[in-house]
Design a binder for this molecule. Structure first.
Ligand code: GDP
Length: 411
């Protein structure tokens, strides 16, 4: 199968990669090979033919799409680029590849100033692809609403005038929307386009590309370019045959988003956090001075209310333990229960490793208890849906550097 990874040498390791890279560098030095730095995964691949470290994903440096692919997006040869911006339905804002979206938006803006006779032929275009749609409570959602919501979130994420050629809601696992996506990609690229699939790690890119390849009848034929080691894509790779003889589909290594909580979890912790089945809401009625914990990862405090209580719905993996209690006991919870009853983190030692515990404040107002007024989303984890009649001041605690945003509610 297609699976993203990376191969880099002679580069400084990025944040989080130091221990592994240092170990590899020591090996290199012991062999008298000078100062070549190789990450743990590359070292394992080269020397053992497989990845040994169970947390290799977490330790890998990031793939810099903007530097690696950016210059090729506006191809002087005239072959038009189409970027597939993948975002996970269960973690839209955290997984959305915003740096790449910004690049596409900026290319458009730069060119639009000079337009006289319409868009230049080599201006890159983008399709938003929302993956893992089956994880949302689809029976209670209207596809049109999700479509509009995703479009708005993508524009907010790009922070610029991102013009999308379309929005596709897909589930590669269920085969939803894959044929439509493939048809649209073929229509947009014509005979000679380049298509770049871009997404954060675990967004479901490999699964989707395999589903697209299968849909186009490629699987089983030797034209599908696979990485030499199963389970890894070592660099940008070309997936042959899917789009016809001339148009090219490129898979890129999964982006590492430091702002996603998942980027700092171990593989064991990830198992508790990753959503695998349709999300089920867990709702609490909660008053001023009360807090909800999601494992030892996040805490929501109700600091002030203009009404008696509000409804807070947790949308996250069902394997994560929730705890509601008084805010005044919060410090004790951290000291005595984080890493033990409240996992992840798994083990009390991991609490400090995850970083500094910091608070962000949100003011939320609403006029109904039946529908959620706002979501407070935590990148890489899930979100709180808040329903209230009146106004609330909420404090959201999590580890420093994890993105927390307030957005219009999805469900
Ligand atoms: P990549 O890192 O972006 O290539 O992601 P993968 O394709 O390896 O998928 C990451 C995880 O998400 C795996 O556990 C997949 O089984 C799961 N996954 C991928 N696509 C879907 C989907 O459409 N629905 C669901 N429920 N899970 C999916």
């Amino acid at each position: 199968s297609l699976k993203s990874g990376h191969l880099r040498e002679g580069l400084e390791p990025s944040r989080g990669a130091e221990p592994a890279a240092a170990a590899a560098a020591e090996t290199a030095e012991a062999k008298g090979e000078g100062k070549v730095l190789v990450c743990a995964r590359c070292h394992s691949l080269r020397h053992y033919g497989h990845v040994k470290h169970p947390d290799a994903e977490r330790l890998l440096p990031d793939f810099d799409f903007v530097a690696a692919v950016g210059p090729r997006l506006a191809s002087p040869s005239g072959a038009r680029s189409l970027v597939l911006l993948l975002a996970d339905a269960s973690d839209f804002d955290g997984s959305f590849p915003r740096a790449v979206a910004r690049l596409v938006a900026a290319a458009g803006e730069a060119h639009r100033k000079d337009w006289k006779h319409g868009a230049p032929a080599n201006l890159p275009r983008a399709l938003l692809v929302v993956t893992k749609l089956d994880l949302l409570p689809t029976p209670s959602l209207s596809p049109d609403d999700v479509h509009a919501w995703a479009h708005a979130r993508a524009r907010a994420g790009a922070g610029a005038d991102l013009r999308l050629a379309g929005v596709h809601l897909v589930s590669a696992a269920r085969g939803w929307g894959v044929r439509d996506l493939l048809d649209h990609v073929r229509e947009l690229t014509g005979a000679r386009g380049n298509v770049w699939a871009v997404g954060a790690r675990n967004v479901g890119k490999s699964t989707l590309l395999n589903a697209i390849a299968k849909c186009s009848g490629v699987v089983g034929r030797p034209t599908l370019t696979e990485a030499p080691v199963p389970g890894t894509t070592l660099d940008v790779i070309k997936v042959d045959g899917v789009l016809g003889a001339q148009a090219k589909l490129f898979d890129t290594p999964g982006l590492l988003h430091g702002h996603q909580l998942t980027s700092r979890l171990t593989s064991e912790e990830m198992k508790l956090v990753q959503v695998r089945k349709e999300m089920r809401p867990r709702t609490y009625r909660i008053k001023t001075g009360q807090s909800i914990h999601i494992g030892g990862l996040v805490r929501l405090d109700v600091e002030e209310l203009t009404v008696g209580s509000i409804y807070v719905t947790v949308w996250a993996s069902p394997l994560l333990p929730l705890h509601m209690g008084k805010t005044e006991n919060a410090a004790t919870m951290i000291k005595e229960h984080f890493g033990l009853q409240l996992q992840p983190p798994i083990g009390q030692d991991r609490v400090k490793e995850l970083g500094k515990w910091v608070r962000k404040q949100f003011k939320v107002s609403g006029n109904s208890w039946d529908t959620n007024s706002k979501d407070i989303a935590i990148a890489g984890l899930g979100w709180f849906g808040v329903g209230l009649k009146g106004e609330a001041v909420l404090g959201l605690w999590t580890y420093d550097g994890v993105d927390v945003i307030s957005r219009s509610s999805l469900v």
